[in-house]
Write a protein that binds this ligand. Structure first.
Ligand code: NDP
Length: 435
């Protein structure tokens, strides 16, 4: 903590990993006295830079841009870019640190990184977003490359922003390479990348439920967020026979007892992706639903909960409410959405609980598959990528069980994911020497 003052999110992420990995190291001589964890918490490189741009009124604006290159032991740095007013060094270090373990779990050759800016895309015109993305890339292009560091989207960065950043990189470097993932389908993007984090989270939850001989059929599901991850998690739950009764955004949540079916989901996508409005407008079209302002959806009775909005969006009281209401499975689509005390409540209750670094790894998995397709200059079918995604999510589940299952068969997915992620990175670091 004294080396990283004022970085509570980063400390939170490190403590969670350390609690699982330190006892593991104590029982494994190979990993002792090599300062492995101490080296892993120190980013290989961090760049912080000025992002000046001109708004539609001709006024000069300035934001702060970042890229945290955390660990490249097993492959080029890989991780998303976040544009949100809350972005700071602590949040990006936590995300880059988590990403290192998550990418290791995918079995694909990707190191860990994360970046972003404290820019708020809300209320900005399309041209303002383009100017901002171009200015951001003017500096970032010096630090990334298809074999060095391959960013992707995250909160506030979707296909539109990735497209603008890719265009600017190509113009500056005079190179058409797979330097970003999440690109449009017509210029190197992979089929199923938009769906993959949401789908992957549901595939992972499916594996968790299967350990109890159960599945999604007839399950009542609550999902937070209504962005990329939440939308496609909803789609997959519907396909598997579950009923999603709540979605949220930063201002409140909607409760629709009848279920948010495919037609209603299409409306949510239009509201959030095209009109860039709030989830509140859902009830205008579907008046049987209720809108609850300024609240999170965790008090809604459900069997399965999928937090898919942001970090620390589910606290102790929320965790207690979920357990009291009979929730049996929580799989995180977002990164670190549950506070440490909320996680303890889930663990004490011995319900199925998976941390984001395991359950939301489907996004970066498909990004890895996009990198492979770009290097091969080939395009795989939707089915091929989806099959690979399912296979890898199943493998991640197996890895979590390997290191997380106790003698009763109960799986501690936090322990399992952290140790499995650590082992591969640690082995590569040991082999590469002290660099
Ligand atoms: P989007 O920007 O598409 O959606 C984010 C959603 O979360 C929106 O509904 C947004 O509401 C809500 N939200 C954002 N900040 C807050 C906040 N402080 N409080 C409450 N709600 C908030 O992002 P994604 O769906 O891509 O990402 C969601 C989560 O999933 C993040 O934690 C991200 O790191 C993680 N993730 C994403 C991956 C991906 O492939 N996209 C991959 C792996 C993890 P509003 O619309 O009002 O802003």
């Amino acid at each position: 903590a004294k080396n990283n003052p004022n970085e509570p999110e980063f400390m939170q992420a490190v403590i969670e990993v350390a609690e699982a990995v330190i006892p593991f190291i104590a029982n494994n001589k190979k990993y002792q006295n090599k300062m492995l964890l101490e080296r892993m918490v120190e980013a290989e490189r961090i760049v912080i830079f000025r992002v000046p741009w001109i708004d539609d009124n001709g006024r000069t604006q300035v934001n702060r841009g970042y890229r945290v290159q955390m660990n490249s032991a097993i492959g080029p740095y890989k991780g998303g870019i976040r544009f949100h007013p809350s972005v700071n060094l602590s949040i990006l270090k936590f995300l880059a640190f988590e990403q290192t373990f998550k990418n290791s779990l995918t079995t694909l050759p990707m190191g860990g990184g994360k970046g972003g800016a404290n820019f708020d895309p809300k209320g900005k015109s399309d041209i303002e977003v383009m100017r901002f993305c171009q200015s951001f890339m003017n500096e970032l292009c010096r630090h990334i490359g298809p074999d060095t560091d391959v960013p992707a989207g995250d909160i506030g960065v979707g296909a539109r922003e990735v497209g603008y950043m890719f265009g600017q990189y190509k113009k500056i470097k005079n190179e058409f390479t797979g330097v970003l993932t999440g690109k449009g389908i017509s210029f190197g993007g992979s089929l199923i990348r938009p769906q993959s984090t949401g789908y992957g989270t549901v595939y992972f939850a499916q594996s968790m439920l299967a350990t109890k001989g159960d599945d999604f059929k007839g399950k009542i599901v609550v999902i937070s967020g209504s962005g990329n991850v939440a939308q496609y998690a909803t789609e997959k739950v519907n396909e598997l026979g579950g009923k999603v009764v709540a979605l949220s955004d930063s201002l409140g949540y909607v409760y629709d007892e009848e279920g948010i079916d495919a037609e209603k989901l299409a409306h949510v996508m239009e509201l959030k992706n095209e009109l860039r409005g709030t989830i509140k407008d859902y009830v205008t079209k579907y008046p049987n639903a209720k809108y609850i302002v300024g609240a999170r959806p965790w008090g809604v009775v459900c069997d399965v909960a999928l937090p898919c909005a942001t970090q620390n969006e589910l606290d102790v009281e929320d965790a207690k409410a979920l357990i009291e209401n009979g929730c049996i499975c929580i799989a995180e689509g977002a990164n670190m959405p549950s506070t440490p005390d909320a996680v303890s409540i889930f663990q004490k209750a011995r319900i199925l609980y998976a941390p984001g670094k395991a359950s939301n790894a489907g996004g970066v998995t498909t990004s890895g598959l996009e990198m492979s397709q770009n290097s091969l200059r080939l395009k795989w079918t939707f089915e091929k990528v989806d099959d690979r995604l399912k296979e890898i999510m199943t493998d991640i589940h197996v890895s979590c069980m390997k290191y997380g299952a106790d003698e009763t068969g109960h799986v501690d997915y936090v322990k399992g994911a952290n140790i499995a992620g650590f082992v591969k990175v640690a082995d590569a670091m040991l082999a590469q020497g002290v660099v």
